[in-house]
Structures are given as structure tokens and as C-alpha cells.
Write a new protein. Structure first.
Length: 399
């Protein structure tokens, strides 16, 4: 039997972490009356939202009517499933509680009126307590629903509390794990109780293999990308990428910065940036439509990045190449002075000069041989003159 089911909490008091959130949930349901606002639970997966609802419902004698993203998405399906059940009592005389789990997943690609159906349930059918749960609070439709609800936030369970919980389970199973292996299980689970219990069961069944599996499973982004760029195959690169302790956007941003700053020929750099661009398109779709099942394709595409490079890359936090950064540092004051005085010369703003007029001015003035006279007339410093002369030479050479 899976431990995650065996040790699923029977009461809300048996849960681990999120004490404040659990107390708010208990107080809300205990004090619920017809017309009360529904409750929305927000927080990462595995923090106990679903378990808390079911445990509390059992404890207070409620029968749960549950829907989630894998069941229905459309207005018709939601109404067909819920409307017949919207009576106060079930066959056994128990009160009912409506639970809409994974509410952010209800509004994906196939959503056709699902949001309207849920809004109608809130507005017209408030004779039963209703709880919603979502993983991602930044989803626009979740935000819209949250305005009609009381919101309770669930957080990742702290490592020390999670370790104590896992030790209790080991004791009840009559098993032991080396201290370091247990700590690796805790760190790798990242505050997800469900994941932690599954990992604990795996580690208890095969400690030697688990030791190898969990060793270095969590990497910082700097250390992780250095290993990623030296992977000998896409499979190895994929494994390393999944071990880096950062969200997908942070990984994508770091990969982009590293490629842009790399000392590669333009063709090689463009091909690597094309891979990153394709991955970015996939991740954009994932966020817009909440299709998190596509994340595996996002990582699979990025896993070819290091292998496709003609030479090993290095991690870089800067997204501007070194040569350009050096120019910015050295020439900044000269450009600032030139832009300021040219703005007066053209009766324009410094911003417009820098973004548009400067390049045309230097191109025309150099071609007509009047650049030196114009710079003298503007009374520029020697440093500013050198910056403009060098820029005019670059622009002229690029014609």
C-alpha cells in the first residue's frame, strides 16, 4: 500500500504545517450559513489543500461533492454534474460541501463557459458551503473568482517540520534511514508533503539506489548550469536541468544570458537562441492555458542546448556581451554629455537623440566632413568628442 494513502490525515489536526490556514478553514466551515461567501484555498501542490478539505468534512459530518480539472471543463458539464446534487442533504442525511479542486485547471484550452458556470454557482446557489482550490494565484480567472471568495493561503511545509513528520512515519513503519539520506529526501521534496512521503517510501525500499538518486538532486542555478553545459547527452542534460532548484522562467532567463554572453560565432549563437525561443513559446502557452503537462516538452527541448553548442558554455548572469558592457562603462559619460548637448542643438529630448537622431546625425555629418566643426560649436569635452568620432567610424564602416 502506498504510504501517501496509508498516512492521509483523518482529521485536520493530524495534518502537518499550515496551522493558520487550517484554523481559518475550520472556522469558516464551522461558522458557515446560507449566503456565506465561498472559500478559496491558494498554494503550491502538495501543501495539504485537498487533504484539509476532506479531513475537515469527515470531521464535521459533511458529504463532499468534488469536481476537478480532470472531470469537467465546460459550462454544460459543470451544471450537469453539480445541479442534481445541489440539495442540502445526501441520502444518509448528511450536509453537503461542494469542492472544486484544481480550479485553475478548469479554465484551460477546452474551457467553454466554465468560469461563467462557477460564477453562477457562487451567485445563485449559495445554499451549500463551497470550497475552491488553486495552485497558481496569478491566473487571471482565478483572480476574478478570488474577489468573490474568502481566500486562505497554504505555504510549503518548512524542512524541519517535514523532517519530523517523515521520522514519525518511519517509526510507525518500523524502518530507519541514514540521517543524510533523510535530509536529502526532505530537501528534494521542497515543502511538498505528498512528494516527501512518496520519496520516503522509495528511499526505505532501496536505500542504496536512493542514496545515488537523491545525491546532488538539488543544485543551485550557477552550479547546475555549469554541469548542464558539460553534459555529454541530452538525457544527462535533462536530468541535470530537472535537479536545478529554480522555476522554469529563472532557468530560461539564465540560459538566455549564458548564450548571449558566450564567445561563439554568430551562426552558432543564433541556432542556440532559436532553441531558447522555441522553448519560450512553449512556456508561454503553458502559462496562458495552464497546460502544465507540456512542461516535459519544454525541458526536453532545452536539454539539447548544451549538446548543440560547438564548445562548452559557461553560466553568466549578464545578458549583455562583455565587449558591449565594457563600451557602456567606458563611454557612458561621453555619450551622456553628447546626448545632452545634441538635444539642445536639435531642440529635442536626450532620450530621442539617443534612440533615433544620434545615428543619423553622425552618418550625415561624417559623410559631409563637418563633424569636427559641429562638435567644436557644441563645445564638447575631449572625452565626448572621442566617443562620437569612434561611433561615427563604426556607423560609417557598417554602410
Amino acid at each position: 500500500m502506498f504510504w501517501v494513502e496509508k498516512y492521509r490525515p483523518k482529521t485536520i489536526a493530524q495534518m502537518v504545517g499550515n496551522e493558520t490556514a487550517r484554523l481559518k478553514l475550520y472556522s469558516w466551515l464551522k461558522g458557515w450559513k446560507p449566503g456565506s461567501r465561498p472559500l478559496m484555498l491558494l498554494g503550491p501542490p502538495g501543501t495539504g489543500k485537498t487533504s484539509a478539505v476532506h479531513a475537515l468534512a469527515d470531521e464535521l459530518g459533511y458529504s463532499v461533492i468534488e469536481l476537478n480539472a480532470s472531470d469537467v471543463r465546460t459550462e454544460e458539464a459543470i451544471k450537469a454534474t453539480l445541479m442534481p446534487a445541489l440539495t442540502n442533504l445526501d441520502l444518509f442525511g448528511r450536509q453537503k460541501l461542494v469542492f472544486l479542486d484544481e480550479i485553475d485547471g478548469l479554465f484551460g484550452q477546452q474551457d467553454r463557459g466554465g468560469l461563467n458556470a462557477v460564477m453562477e454557482l457562487i451567485d445563485k446557489y449559495n445554499t451549500l458551503p463551497m470550497v475552491m482550490a488553486a495552485n497558481f494565484k496569478d491566473d487571471e480567472k482565478v483572480k476574478k473568482l478570488a474577489k468573490k471568495c474568502e481566500v486562505v493561503y497554504f505555504k510549503r511545509v518548512p524542512p524541519r517540520l517535514l523532517e519530523l513528520h517523515l521520522r514519525r512515519i518511519l517509526k510507525m513503519e518500523g524502518k530507519e534511514l541514514p540521517r543524510e539520506l533523510l535530509k536529502r529526501v526532505v530537501v528534494y521534496s521542497r515543502g511538498d508533503v505528498r512528494s516527501a512521503i512518496n520519496n520516503l517510501q522509495y528511499a526505505s525500499l532501496a536505500p542504496e539506489q536512493a542514496e545515488l538518486f537523491f545525491r546532488d538532486m538539488t543544485l543551485g542555478i550557477s552550479e547546475g548550469l555549469e554541469q548542464f553545459f558539460r553534459a555529454r547527452s541530452p538525457e544527462m542534460a535533462l536530468r541535470i536541468l530537472s535537479e536545478i532548484d529554480a522555476n522554469p522562467e529563472e532557468k530560461l532567463r539564465a540560459l538566455f544570458s549564458s548564450v548571449v554572453s558566450a564567445d561563439l560565432d554568430i551562426g552558432s549563437k543564433l541556432s542556440l537562441l532559436k532553441l531558447i525561443s522555441d522553448a519560450d513559446l512553449i512556456f508561454g502557452r503553458i502559462k496562458r492555458r495552464q497546460e502544465w503537462r507540456l512542461l516535459k516538452y519544454f525541458y526536453r527541448l532545452l536539454s539539447h542546448l548544451g549538446v548543440a553548442s560547438p564548445r562548452p558554455l559557461n553560466y553568466s548572469e549578464a545578458d549583455i556581451p562583455w565587449s558591449l558592457r565594457l563600451r557602456i562603462w567606458n563611454d557612458a559619460s561621453g555619450f551622456k554629455e553628447a546626448n545632452h548637448k545634441l538635444a539642445k542643438f536639435f531642440h529635442s529630448s536626450s532620450k530621442e537623440v539617443a534612440s533615433t537622431l544620434l545615428a543619423y546625425f553622425l552618418l550625415i555629418a561624417s559623410a559631409k566632413g563637418v563633424l569636427d566643426r559641429i562638435m567644436d560649436r557644441m563645445d564638447l569635452s575631449d572625452a565626448a568628442k572621442r566617443v562620437l568620432e569612434a561611433e561615427a567610424e563604426r556607423i560609417g564602416g557598417a554602410r
